[in-house]
Design a protein around this ligand. Structure first.
Ligand code: CP
Length: 313
């Protein structure tokens, strides 16, 4: 197994294939903790994890908190609202004050691309995990997606994946493209032309502007929501029209996709827009499996960074 030597986890782009597989393998081995009556191991006893969240989150923040607690770390949740950020304290000053309290790992989510990278450079005494920075990357989401795919399909190499929707504003798309390409998967991105960035060809993906074409013969369909909070305006005519052309319904699935296709979504799902309820809750969907695996992946990441064999900073 590739040895983990990094201080931080910031992007999928920078990881070697062996490092990605090591993280997925570690997470896979930790999954059984969830099945125990007493969900607690002493691996991170005496270590402190701070969740520094400047943007809303349900899955990522909760799963990092559960992961830290199951590993016996002390976990502190920081939200910008209710903190001295509301009195004008800067992101960097806040982070340096958190670092002054000697955490081992700071998990950061921020609406600005590059926020986690800045913290990793400025905070030299603790590890930084990127829990989503603007439209840039969300590496732990890609890792849990990869773990879900490997468990359902048995391997990575040679799989075909369609990532559909608002590619332009999606950190999940970017992290998954990097991870999937490094592991030998073929990725097609699909969406309206206004939501496909021109640089996407540089990432080694195929591009489609028709849902029916993109989902044909793929092993995995990853649907994305419209990320209105990152849009600057008028990129689609209307939600109703978007849903008509880009919403995945059971009829479209049965007409164009393989019978063993996996339907994935990072959440939150906008039901009736990108996914019909029948698809979101149906037999092809692994959306809640992804959430379950999120805890194992975040345990694996915390263990790699703060465990005795990791790069405990
Ligand atoms: N997938 C994801 O990042 O979800 P949250 O925004 O709820 O954390």
């Amino acid at each position: 197994m590739t040895a983990w030597t990094r201080k931080d986890l910031l992007t999928m782009r920078e990881l070697e294939p062996g490092e990605i597989v090591a993280l997925v393998d570690t997470a896979a081995s930790l999954q059984e903790i969830a099945t125990r009556d007493i969900k607690k191991v002493p691996a991170l006893r005496g270590k402190t994890v701070v969740n520094l969240f400047y943007e809303n989150s349900t899955r990522t923040r909760t799963s990092f908190e559960i992961a830290g607690k199951w590993l016996s770390a002390d976990v502190i949740n920081f939200s910008a609202s209710g903190s001295s950020a509301a009195k004008g304290e800067s992101f960097l000053d806040t982070a340096k004050n958190i670092e002054a309290m000697s955490p081992n790992v700071v998990v950061v989510r921020h609406s600005s691309s590059g926020a986690a990278t800045i913290l990793a450079r400025e905070l030299t005494k603790c590890s930084i995990v990127n829990a989503g920075d603007g439209a840039h990357e969300h590496p732990t989401q890609a890792l849990l997606d990869l773990l879900t795919i490997r468990e359902k399909k048995g391997h990575f190499e040679g799989l075909n994946v369609a990532i559909v929707g608002d590619i332009a504003h999606s950190r999940v798309a970017r992290s998954n493209i990097h991870g999937m390409r490094k592991l030998g998967m073929t990725v097609t991105v699909a969406g309206p032309p206004t939501l496909i960035p021109p640089f996407i060809h540089d990432l080694g993906v195929k591009v489609s502007y028709r849902l029916e074409e993109a989902i044909r013969d793929v092993d995995v369909i990853m649907m994305l929501r419209l990320q209105n909070e990152r849009m600057t305006g008028g990129l689609i005519p209307s939600i109703r029209e978007y849903s008509r052309y880009w919403g995945l319904t059971l009829d479209k699935l049965k007409a164009h996709a393989r019978p063993d296709v996996l339907i994935m979504h990072p959440g939150p799902v906008n039901r009736g827009v990108e996914l019909s309820p029948e698809v979101a809750d149906g037999p092809y969907s692994v959306i809640l499996d992804q959430v379950t695996k999120g805890v194992a992946v975040r345990m694996g990441v915390l263990l790699m960074l703060a465990g005795s064999k990791g790069g405990d900073a």
